[in-house]
Design a binder for this molecule. Sequence first.
Ligand code: FE2
Length: 277
Amino acid sequence: MRATIIHISDLHFHSYPQKFSECNAKRILGATNLLVRRAREFPLKRAKLLVERIQKMDWDHLVISGDITQLSLEREFSLAREVLGPLLKNDQRVTVIPGNHDRYVNQQHGTDLFTKYFGEFFGTNEVHVSKINQEWVIVGWDSAHPNDWRTAAGTVKSSTIRATEKLIHSFSDQTNFIVVNHFPLTFPEDWKFDRFHELYNLVPVRNWILQNPPIRLYLHGHIHLNWCHRLPRDSAPELLLVNSAASCSKLHTGQSSSFHQIVLEDSNVKVNPILLN
Ligand SMILES: [Fe+2]
């Protein structure tokens, strides 16, 4: 059985704080960064181009692995929802999880703007579940939480691991799983690791995933590069880790991929890099 997934991430729809209540220290710092860098890197026309390109492609399921916004402002979420609208017509075919920029600051009690605008593509349970076909199931994690002004880290909750464990055991041994989480588990060679920018519990989470061979794919973003890494397992299929971040940013010199098309053919996986020209 064949199925195709489009994986995009870190779209960073952006706006500026306009009300006094939106202007805390972290947002002012973030808005300054936006003004000098991010707004130029992520022009709105590139996001619209991305949507047009995906509309013309062959896919069964769309995965967006977080950082839809820049400062978690309501105008950013509503703009993202509007521009991405043509791709979001069937919530059964879409998975959206939050990134750290979608929980940029503490929001008013009972108001989570990610849930308000994109909650239907995650669901109300501890983990998001989308059954692609008899052989493949997507599990979406929410590891994003507000941090102090200098931190962009996340945490996979123990309740998320327990819920995923229970889910895996509820399916047959032949089922393959795709975990979607905003933060990376691997890094390029010579990468300067910043613990204030990554998962606080990266090592135990990575070890847990490696100890669960039914998890064949890990889709993420966060670091604005694209890559496809492989982690071997003893006498079990390898883990494939795909980063599709900054899918609609301006192209940099030498860039060869903006996002990925993932083809699942029975239990085999093929990852096709796509450049948004
Ligand atoms: Fe991020």
